[in-house]
Design a protein around this ligand. Structure first.
Ligand code: GTP
Ligand code: MG
Length: 436
């Protein structure tokens, strides 16, 4: 499938409680956007007939994707594509897939937006709350809540208002809000690509209209520049710093400020592969680039470039708080050391204290065990040996996240907070120039 010019694909994740209709919704989205390969619908009708269901079970479609995926080796096959007139969409994985949470937390699969599916009959359930909390910790801010199976409830409008309110209340209590809440029937395709008379009382946007109103990472261009250095290449005399611009933009002639070294240099060129004429003079969030500097200052993988204006610099600190989701079978405890990765940097940290262990069902604070067990959410304070350049999540949702590793495996992850901790940049010694 080709990408639309200038509009990057929007990566979406679909979450929600067991049986609330995630797979059915995916199947229906593919059908309604004509994204299914020829013959798939006939194949599905055949399967449904064999299994004795009189209505089309769209979730069976996902079973066939799952079967293909189980045999596949490449990560790409865990992505399902569809498109609208506006742009292309990628559905990242499907919950229930073993590696789903790890991929989401590690950022291997980074979503721009989420659809939270809630069964109109059952309302808010355990996994609805847990997944909503996870969306918060993944830094997702574009959320469409769909109240599904509207065809199966009596007094639909009244029920929709009731369920919407309970979802909104829960989201508000974790400081999250839905961009849109809409009633749908995934099975019958109501309010997905089109509306029908069964829900004439609803006059808001359909699901596809809602998704089309979301922004992909182009919107990150307006934020302050964050360019985490991935690698430094040397070609003869030339030294090229490579990486992906996470937020903001950079131009030839800009003065860059590097953290944590507090060094400055001016951008002399932007490099592209393969080389193209005319040479690029500006690059923006989402682009992977290489650049050269006017001075041989010391820069290595993990350093973070920003613009020199003071108010836009990242924090420099050796102690910070994180609001995390824990995945490892071994509990997180005070005194434990872990490797963390944020941006392109890795550092060793020690757990200094566990502030809160949060029960995602009723949000009460339960720190009595003194540790954070698998699938728990917590606020902990971490201490590093060196000064780290960080952005709190509140200031930069893209960079302000971290992943915690235990023996090379993802153990947890979450968002960074600097609440209660000062920026230590002023006391940081300026590093000495190292000429290479
Ligand atoms: P898990 O993957 O097990 O978590 O479930 P899921 O969320 O993917 O749910 P799935 O799509 O498998 O749907 C569960 C059941 O709900 C199936 O029997 C669907 O046919 C049914 N269902 C899904 N959407 C609708 C709907 O809009 N209306 C009605 N009446 N049933 C629906
Ligand atoms: Mg499913």
């Amino acid at each position: 499938m080709t990408q639309k010019k200038h509009t990057p694909p929007l990566h979406i994740v679909i979450v929600g409680h067991v049986d609330h209709g995630k797979s059915t919704l995916i199947g229906r989205l593919l059908y309604d956007t004509n994204s299914l390969p020829d013959g798939k619908v006939e194949e599905l009708q055949e399967i449904c007939k064999r299994r004795g269901t009189d209505v089309l079970e769209w979730s069976f479609l996902l079973d066939s994707y799952q079967a293909e995926r189980d045999q596949a080796i490449t990560i790409d096959t865990t992505q399902i594509w569809f498109k609208t007139a506006q742009r292309d969409y990628v559905i990242i994985d499907a919950p229930g897939h073993r590696e789903f949470l790890k991929n989401m937390i590690s950022g291997a699969a980074q979503a721009d937006a989420a659809i939270l599916v809630v069964d109109a009959k059952e309302g808010l359930q355990e996994q609805t709350r847990r997944h909503a909390y996870l969306l918060k910790l993944l830094g997702l801010q574009q959320i469409a809540v769909v109240i599904n199976k509207m065809d199966a409830v009596e007094q639909a409008q009244k029920r929709f208002i009731e369920v919407s309110k309970s979802v909104q209340d829960y989201l508000a209590s974790i400081h999250l809000s839905a961009t849109h809440i809409l009633p749908i029937s995934a099975r019958h395709g109501t309010m997905i690509a089109s509306r029908d008379e069964t829900m004439s009382w609803y006059d808001g946007p359909t699901l596809l209209e809602t998704l089309d109103s979301f922004q992909s990472h182009t919107s990150r261009q307006d934020a302050p520049l964050r360019f985490p250095i991935q690698d430094v290449y040397r070609f003869d005399e030339k030294r090229i710093l490579v990486g992906r611009i996470e937020t903001g933009s950079v131009k030839v002639g800009d003065t860059l400020f590097f953290s944590p070294t507090n060094e400055k240099a001016v951008v002399t060129s932007l490099e592209q592969w393969p080389e193209r004429e005319p040479r690029k003079l500006k690059a923006v969030a989402g682009e992977s680039i290489g650049l050269t500097l006017n001075q041989p200052i010391f820069v290595e993988r993990g350093h973070l470039a920003s613009h020199e204006q003071e108010e836009t610099l990242p924090f420099l600190t050796n102690v910070f708080r994180t609001h995390l989701f824990w995945l490892s079978h071994k509990p997180l405890k005070v005194g434990n050391s872990y490797k963390v990765r944020y941006g392109t940097n890795e550092a060793m940290v020690t757990v200094q204290s566990i502030e809160k262990v949060i029960d995602t069902q009723d949000l009460h604070d339960d720190t009595s065990s003194g540790e954070v067990a698998r699938n728990e959410v917590a606020e902990v304070t971490l201490r590093a040996r060196n000064l780290l350049a960080l952005d709190p999540y509140e200031e930069n949702a893209r960079i302000g996240r971290l992943v915690i590793y235990e023996n090379h495996d993802v153990a947890g992850g979450g968002i960074i907070s600097m609440q209660g901790y000062p920026d230590q940049r002023q006391i940081a010694p300026k590093s000495q120039n190292i000429y290479e």
